[in-house]
Design a protein around this ligand. Structure first.
Ligand SMILES: NC(=O)c1ccc[n+]([C@@H]2O[C@H](COP(=O)([O-])OP(=O)(O)OC[C@H]3O[C@@H](n4cnc5c(N)ncnc54)[C@H](OP(=O)(O)O)[C@@H]3O)[C@@H](O)[C@H]2O)c1
Length: 341
């Protein structure tokens, strides 16, 4: 018995509900986020991945740009060697970063090598354009090579992802940070449709229209920053950003139930029909997040009261991806239904 399972009761992974993807694969509704920004070291995050799997997590959300796939790969290898689970019982997501859109096969192979795996269960295009910025850069920084979304460029990247499925290196492919207008522009050109769209979703930013669109297209929405990333670095906090865990509706439900407001955010995501990928390196926190997928769900009244928290507070504005001539970060999100050029 590992130290962590002496301290905490592990969850039976079979108790965690899963969504069935268009491929038939099952995606557990709560996964562990692995972006620690500059708050946590790669080793701390890898240790969390290892203990989270021991405690019942089977879905891990990785990305090359998080810089920690080597450490996570080693952690997963060790936990499999311990006999906690098999590789097949895990659902591992990887993502191609913006500077590798012209060499997706190579980027994916590097991820597979780092993760010490023959395949990943899901591979996402992290952002729908190749605009690169250095990790941790200031919000005001711009790359002169950045350009607006291009159907041709996106489809070139997507076709490389489709080839990865055909080569057996990836079981499912999907998108992240897409918009309805961008989906509409590329949908008829795709041979394999996206299994998921990873998108920012939390009570203060519910993205109902995009969520409904994804559901209508059999694209499973995966919500990132489900708690509103309350402790993200100051450089990623803008004036006017809402704080989900401080909203009266969420605080009232949390108080009545005697739990942290973060837990209410996760239960809201689950009842809303999302897959959600909260981050934490603290076992009590990530265990309560996983348990929230099936334990004591929100009532219809509680769920309805959280509806009122939505104030369109997008936290990941993406301004570092803007191109010369773009007027505003809103140009990245096609809010008027037209792809900004
Ligand atoms: N596709 C994309 O473009 C994209 C963008 C952003 C994020 N993501 C993914 O989404 C994941 C989650 O986003 P995020 O980490 O920014 O935000 P988040 O999950 O909304 O918030 C994480 C923070 O919430 C606190 N927390 C978590 N569980 C808690 C609990 N049960 N009780 C109390 N506090 C709790 C922790 O704070 P403390 O550490 O202070 O305890 C943790 O650092 C990332 O790790 C990444 O995998 C994807």
């Amino acid at each position: 018995m590992s130290d962590i399972t002496k301290q905490f009761d592990a969850i039976n992974p079979a108790d965690v509900p899963a969504k069935v993807l268009r491929s038939g694969d099952k995606l557990p509704t709560v996964g562990l986020g692995t972006f620690g920004s500059d708050r946590f070291t790669h080793d701390e995050i890898a240790a969390a991945v290892k203990d989270a799997i021991r405690l019942g997590y089977r879905h891990i959300d990785c990305a090359a740009v998080y810089g920690n796939e080597k450490e996570i790969g080693q952690a997963i290898k060790e936990v499999i060697a311990e006999g906690v689970c098999t590789r097949e019982e895990l659902f591992i997501t990887g993502k191609v970063w913006n500077d590798r859109h012209r060499e997706v096969e190579k980027a994916c192979q590097e991820t597979l090598d780092d993760l010490q795996m023959d395949y990943v269960d899901m591979y996402l295009i992290h952002w729908p354009f190749p605009n690169y910025h250095a990790p941790g850069c200031d919000g005001d920084s711009r790359n002169p090579d950045s350009r607006p979304f291009s159907v041709e460029e996106f489809m070139d990247t997507w076709k490389q992802c489709e080839a990865l499925v055909e080569a057996g290196k990836v079981r499912n492919i999907g998108t992240s940070n897409m918009t309805i207008a961008k989906f509409d522009a590329v949908w008829d050109l795709m041979k394999i449709y996206p299994a998921v769209n990873e998108m920012e979703m939390h009570p203060c930013f519910q993205q109902q229209e995009l969520f409904d669109y994804c559901m209508s297209k059999q694209i499973q929405p995966i919500g990132f920053m489900p708690i509103g990333s309350p402790t993200r670095p100051d450089r990623d906090v803008a004036e006017g950003d809402a704080v989900d865990i401080e909203t009266p509706a969420i605080q009232a439900i949390a108080k009545a139930r005697g739990v942290h407001p973060a837990v209410i955010c996760i239960k809201w995501a689950i009842k809303n029909g999302q897959v959600t990928i909260p981050f934490s390196v603290h076992p009590a926190e990530y265990l309560s997040n996983l348990k929230s997928s099936f334990d004591n769900p929100l009532t219809d009244e509680e769920f309805a009261s959280i509806k009122s928290c939505d104030c369109g507070s997008r936290l990941v504005k993406g301004q570092v991806f803007l191109w010369e001539g773009a007027a505003h970060w809103k140009d990245l999100w096609d809010e008027d239904g037209v792809i900004a050029q």
